[in-house]
Design a protein around this ligand. Structure first.
Ligand code: C5P
Ligand code: C5P
Ligand code: ZN
Length: 468
């Protein structure tokens, strides 16, 4: 029996169907969650001796589904997408083009199919309680034979963290059950620690300099300030001529830095609520080497995004499947490039600012930000001055001469007030001849460029109604 009784029946029927397949085409989404979804499902299928071919898609639109239908594989496993496109998928199913198995966590379209594993169908939140990779983990557990597949829990946590499902400070719901299994299997460790990005790989001063949620007065954005702060706590900054990293510190040293950071925040007027965000639950992949991007779930997920969002999903998949040679070296080079693009993108938003509407704020990056990362930049922009947290942010980037990619991000507080970006973006995009969907807190679409203002008007009105 798997870890989640509510979804066990769905997982079992998907697994039973897969066991009957001669071969499987696995189609997955090109982000960290999509990559880990594919890696988990492909590993489990391989262990079950079911031949599998993996393909990645930026988006599953009608054209992409048709290209999948044209292939010879009769059984198609969609992971981390597919639910939102069930209408188009079930059209192909009824024509006998393929038999779909959908393992996803996005808002389902108005259609059903026999083999559908999605937390939202059982009242489990697909934005915060289970990711695509987590859903694939449940499938893998249902497929188990000799090995029990619990070693795949680490990748499931990387997927969930990559989809920002731990943004409340820790993983909850079904994700929580998966963490417990991973710890029992010895592949995961969970601890309360400094909740800054880069504890494994960043030099200490950089780790603090880049802290932006919350911002630490005199430290954030100030390298000299960060160094001075660390020295004032008595931390030796270098060892053998190399910058020390957070992982290199003793527990006592970590404790002193955390206390001093909290004190600095309180003394300089950071609200108690936001200063609490400095400490959170971190997830460590116990079998990975300390001090590498793969050791920490959050750093691992960024490494994967750095491959998949630049047409190198093959590299990220190879890393997930265990390649610590060429693929990892390649992924690290892609990561350097991704980091540069993110910081340039954020800088662009800072310089250009956002336009405020009644119920949302937006910017159009044109071709200044790649459409595959504009959503990540939009999410990060919440931390920058000039961007409000009381309404969602909507970002546009050029997709083609005639089309704009839309990425929208909200906050958990706005969702509590009624925000459902998936619903609002889906309706507004379809009304102007585009299409979209996603989650309540994060959604995206493609629209005709000349419909941008009409789209924004509709979206603004829809969000106004949701939050009223
Ligand atoms: O397609 P997928 O589900 O993988 O994409 C999820 C996206 O939603 C991620 O890019 C993530 O950044 C965003 N998200 C978010 N906050 C959440 C949940 C998801 O920004 N609480
Ligand atoms: O692309 P972006 O990161 O903004 O996507 C946010 C969420 O919206 C993801 O879960 C993605 O799968 C979903 N999305 C969608 N349809 C689109 C674009 C994005 O369902 N056309
Ligand atoms: Zn996902």
């Amino acid at each position: 029996m798997g870890p989640v009784p509510e979804l066990a029946d769905r997982a079992r029927s998907c697994a039973d169907r897969l066991r009957q397949a001669e071969s499987v085409l696995l189609a997955s989404h090109i982000d960290a969650d999509g990559l880990t979804s594919a890696a988990i499902a492909a590993s489990a299928l391989e262990r079950a001796e079911i031949p599998t071919t993996v393909v990645f898609k930026n988006q599953l639109d009608d054209e992409e589904i048709a290209s999948i239908a044209a292939r010879e594989e009769e059984t198609v496993l969609f992971t981390d997408f597919g639910s939102g496109q069930l209408d188009a998928i079930s059209d192909h199913e009824s024509r006998g083009d393929f038999e779909p198995i959908v393992v996803d966590h996005h808002q389902p379209a108005d259609a059903e199919t026999r083999y559908h594993l999605n937390p939202l169908l059982e009242g489990i939140d697909g934005a915060s309680e289970l990711s695509g990779a987590g859903a694939c983990y449940l499938l893998a557990r249902a497929l188990e034979d000799d090995t029990d597949n619990r070693d795949l829990a680490g990748l499931a946590v990387v997927g969930a963290v990559g989809d920002m499902q731990a943004s409340g400070g820790e993983l909850v719901g079904t994700n929580r059950a998966i963490v417990d299994e991973g710890m029992a299997a010895g592949v995961l460790e969970e601890r309360t620690d400094l909740a800054l990005y880069g504890t494994q790989t960043r030099p200490l001063p950089k780790l603090l300099e880049y802290a932006d949620r919350p911002r630490i007065p005199g430290v954030t954005g100030d390298q000299a300030g960060a160094i001075e702060f660390l020295e004032s706590v008595g931390i030796q900054l270098k060892a053998d001529g190399e910058w020390r990293r957070w992982v290199d510190l003793s527990m006592d040293e970590r404790q002193s830095v955390v206390s001093a950071l909290l004190k600095r925040g309180v003394n300089r007027g950071v609200s108690a609520d936001s200063i609490d965000g400095l400490v959170g639950t971190t997830y460590t992949l116990a079998e990975e080497q300390p001090g590498t991007e793969l050791r920490d779930a959050s750093e691992f997920s960024t490494l994967l995004n750095a491959t998949a969002r630049y047409e190198r999903a093959d590299v990220g998949l190879a890393v997930c499947l265990g390649d610590r040679g060429d693929a990892l070296a390649r992924a690290r080079r892609l990561l350097a490039n991704h980091r540069r693009n993110l910081s340039e993108g954020l800088e662009w938003v800072r310089q250009q600012g956002v336009t405020l509407e009644s119920n949302l704020q937006w910017f159009d990056a044109g071709d200044a930000i790649r459409e595959t990362i504009v959503g990540i930049v939009a999410g990060m922009a919440f931390g920058t001055p000039g961007v409000k947290r009381d309404r969602p942010i909507v970002a546009f980037a050029e997709k083609s001469d005639t089309e704009r990619k839309v990425s929208a991000r909200g906050t958990p507080a706005l969702v509590t007030q009624g925000l459902d970006l998936s619903d609002a973006i889906g309706a507004a995009s379809r009304a102007v001849g585009g299409d979209g969907g996603g989650h309540d807190v994060a959604a995206g679409a493609t629209i005709p460029t000349d419909q941008r203002m009409a789209f924004l008007d509709r979206l603004d009105a829809a969000i106004g109604e949701q939050i009223a």
